[in-house]
Ligand binder design. Structure first.
Ligand SMILES: Cc1ncc(C[n+]2csc(CCOP(=O)(O)OP(=O)(O)O)c2C)c(N)n1
Ligand SMILES: [Mg+2]
Length: 367
């Protein structure tokens, strides 16, 4: 027997950390780090990216206010994730199919649902599942949207829809669910047009990324499914957009699925149900991410170019918030869903037990 082991596992393990730097176009000091990509955007494009992020942050702030007033059901805060969410969704086309998770409501609205429908979804109302956008309702089961995306992408391929893809999101925690690997594996095996996005915001409720997995990057999780993957600075909307667009072009050219990991951060609580982030992370953990804020860096570029001002932004925020107030008033006008209707919708032919339940609720609701 040779003295040396046949294989150097430690070297193999160390090599796993040998990954490219996350893709970036604009760094946190608002310096351009990829001039060629930066120059591919017109001034109008840059302003449009900024407007979308301002819109998403205003939506977050106003929706949190509604939540504090007891006017929302479930709401997952999005502050901090604007570049990751808007950058990726803006690279999609209306004919694409979105399979969102609960934190992806802003992308769902960009893809065609109305804010009123999103608010009704939050309240658990059936109308909140009936939007015109090519999308399912936001998925609460973490990782499960990856399976849905694989299935939808299979349908796109079967129907020979050439300029359409299925795109989906999960979180860092979602990548530990079997579903996310199963979805990617299926998509890889059948080479279907799917884009898998992982929004790595550092936490799965209170579980930090470092306790989530020993994998050095989440992007690597696609490798075992034969899917090309990449990490991107998720606080840089220009990088998120450029990478998502490149992924979409690659997928629609018939090359099979892609996975993108965006490195981002959730500034606030996991949900409006009231977890306290101070119990699982310190100010020292959080501050560096506030310094990377996606709005601050693009705002600086626009101000230097004379394309943006505080007054302009304040006015915009005011208008957006007024429109969200109108949207919730519309949602308030919709009669609450009845329990009997919810039961009636569950099966085409109700079971005998459900029939009794339906009768019981119809009677109760008539009083
Ligand atoms: C299959 C499943 N297990 C557990 C939960 C409970 N749960 C809801 S959100 C969440 C954390 C998800 O974290 P992550 O995937 O990082 O997404 P984020 O909330 O950070 O966007 C968990 C465990 C769930 N919804 N589904
Ligand atoms: Mg997370």
């Amino acid at each position: 027997m040779a003295n040396e082991p046949i294989v150097d596992f430690e070297a193999i393990k160390n090599d796993l950390t040998n990954v490219p730097k996350p893709i970036q176009v604009l760094n946190e000091s608002a310096e351009v780090t990829d001039q060629e990509v930066f120059d591919s955007f017109s001034d109008d494009d840059l302003v449009e990216f900024m407007k979308k992020m301002v819109w998403e942050r205003a939506l977050h702030e106003q929706t949190m206010n509604f939540s504090r007033q007891g006017r929302m059901g479930f709401y997952a805060p999005t502050e901090g994730e604007e570049a990751s969410e808007m950058g990726t969704v803006l690279a999609m086309k209306k004919q694409d199919y979105l399979l969102p998770a609960y934190r992806d409501v802003p992308q769902l609205i960009q893809h065609g649902a109305t804010v009123t429908e999103a608010y009704l979804w939050s309240r658990g109302h059936v109308i909140g599942n009936k939007f015109k956008a090519r999308s399912l309702m936001p998925q609460i089961i973490i990782g499960a949207a990856y399976n849905e995306a694989a299935g939808v992408a299979m349908g796109i391929k079967k129907n020979k829809e050439e300029d359409a893809i299925a795109f989906t999101y999960t979180g860092d925690g979602g990548t530990s669910q079997g579903d996310s690997y199963e979805g990617m594996n299926f998509a890889g095996a059948f080479q279907v047009p799917a884009l898998f996005i992982v929004q790595n915001n550092g936490f799965a409720i209170s579980t930090p990324r470092k306790k989530q997995t020993a994998a050095p990057t989440l992007a690597q999780k696609a490798v075992a499914a034969g899917i090309p993957s990449v990490q991107v600075d998720g606080m840089d909307i220009l990088a998120c957009y450029a990478v998502a667009k490149a992924a979409r072009d690659y997928i629609t050219a018939g090359n099979g699925p892609v996975m993108i990991e965006t490195l981002t951060y959730r500034y606030g609580a996991h949900s409006s149900a009231g977890d306290d982030p101070k119990r699982y992370r310190t100010k020292e953990d959080t501050q560096p991410w506030f310094d990377k804020d996606p709005l601050i860096r693009l705002r600086k570029v626009l101000e230097d170019k004379g394309l943006w001002s505080d007054e302009q932004e304040d006015k915009m925020v005011e208008e957006y918030k007024a429109s969200f107030k109108d949207s919730i008033k519309e949602a308030d006008k919709v009669a609450p869903d009845k329990v009997s209707d919810m039961l009636k919708r569950t099966f085409e032919i109700p079971t005998p037990e459900m029939r009794k339940e339906i009768e019981k609720f119809v009677e109760k609701e008539s009083k």
